[in-house]
Design a protein around this ligand. Structure first.
Ligand SMILES: [Zn+2]
Length: 311
């Protein structure tokens, strides 16, 4: 799975880029690659949502292309403004935690599942540490440039011979934007879909179900999730939708039986769902446990308006 991705849509006049990647250096690499492929300038850059791995390169694109407009939902712009100063603390916390785990592996020479580290594993762990430290330093040094063109629920751009429909469809965050090209039947989902395992850290799960239902009605021929890996059909979208619906129902059943959050987390049958995403690949199982499983708590909190705090 590519970690970061930008998608370029070339029009008759210029280029529209969907998502800005994370670091200035990575955005620069995208700009250089684009310049090798087309002499056309980037006119519009889209931030699918506020997470820094989708908006962190805004500054570099704006420097490279002075006429750039950065498009996002109004909610995403607000979230970027409101999280910019505190998100550093989250990143510092996560970086410290990740560093501790990597240090432990490097010192013991073994992975968490007790396999001996190969030289390649060591090199990867080292580069993880370096990238993490660099991201934190660059994030602190340059807050992302904010979007310059925002909208409420929908925006349609008829530009350079193409039609681009922007749809605000909350779920992964409150401000997610998907882009649909009806002539080409191509759908860019941002992190409303992340293949092969959805990322559900701070989501709005019921809204997410409704948004995926909307996407499934678009009749897209090609679906491009966040972090790339284009899908030739809607089967992955359907799998995510079915899984969310199943968990929502299981959480409701647990609530009707009077279960606390902890009891609910034990009662939900996540193993069966996990297999459908990971086919029991151990690395993917770990990703699933970290990135997908939090959705149970979010459904619980949503259904009870946060009663877990008082259990
Ligand atoms: Zn995200």
């Amino acid at each position: 799975m590519p970690i970061f991705s930008s998608i370029a849509i070339v029009t008759d006049r210029d280029v529209v880029v969907f998502d800005a990647t994370i670091l200035p250096a990575i955005a620069d690499a995208v700009v250089n690659e684009l310049r090798q492929r087309t002499p056309k300038a980037v006119r519009y850059l889209v931030n699918s949502h506020w997470h820094p791995d989708h908006a962190g390169g805004n500054d570099e694109f704006a420097k490279a292309y002075p006429d750039l407009e950065i498009i996002a939902s109004q909610r995403t712009r607000e979230l970027m403004e409101d999280t910019a100063s505190v998100y550093v603390k989250t990143l510092e916390f996560e970086a410290a935690q990740a560093n501790r785990e990597v240090d432990k592996e490097l010192k013991s020479g073994r992975t968490p599942d007790r396999h001996q580290l190969t030289p390649k594993d060591r090199a990867e762990l080292q580069s993880e540490l370096t990238l993490g430290a660099r991201f934190l330093a660059e994030f602190k040094a340059t807050p992302s440039k904010l979007p310059t063109l925002t909208f409420g629920d929908t925006l349609t751009l008829f530009h350079g011979g193409r039609e681009l429909r922007f749809l605000r469809l909350p779920g992964h965050t409150a401000g997610d934007v998907a882009v649909f090209l009806p002539a080409e039947k191509i759908l860019l989902t941002g992190d409303l879909l992340v293949y092969p395992v959805p990322f559900c850290a701070d989501s709005h799960p019921s809204a997410w179900i409704a948004s995926l239902e909307t996407l499934s009605r678009l009749d897209a021929r090609i679906i491009v999730p966040g972090h790339a890996q284009a899908q030739p059909d809607a089967s992955f979208l359907q799998l995510v939708l079915d899984s969310f619906r199943s968990i929502r129902q299981q959480v409701r059943d647990a609530l009707h039986r009077g279960l606390t959050l902890q009891q609910t987390q034990k009662a939900i049958n996540l193993a069966a769902i996990r297999t459908r995403f990971t086919h029991d690949d151990p690395d993917l199982n770990a990703v699933f446990d970290g990135n997908f499983a939090p959705i149970v708590r979010q459904f619980y909190d949503e259904a009870t308006e946060g009663l877990e705090q008082y259990q």
